[in-house]
Design a protein. Structure first.
Length: 85
């Protein structure tokens, strides 16, 4: 399995311990002869996707905040009448 173009090209590798079911490892051997590279590619894709989702949530929150600020500028806040400042 080839890594994606956006995969980190780090030459530094770190050994980690993973616990995987035997049957999953056996099945994976049918499709890949390099479990480490396969897991690294899958994790890279996962991290990239999670990063994209996180950025989308941030952008959505920023858009919502902008819209609420526009509403507040136009009609004010319901709490304005209770403020004693």
């Amino acid at each position: 399995m080839r890594t994606s173009p956006s995969a980190p090209r780090s030459t530094h590798k770190r050994a980690v311990n993973l616990t995987l079911s035997e049957s999953l490892v056996d099945q994976t051997k049918l499709y890949s002869n390099n479990l480490s590279a396969t897991v690294e590619a899958l994790l890279t894709n996962y991290v990239n996707e999670q990063s994209k989702i996180s950025q989308q949530k941030i952008q959505a929150a920023q858009r919502l905040s902008t819209q609420w600020n526009l509403i507040n500028d136009q009609i004010g806040s319901f709490a304005d009448e209770y403020s004693n400042l």
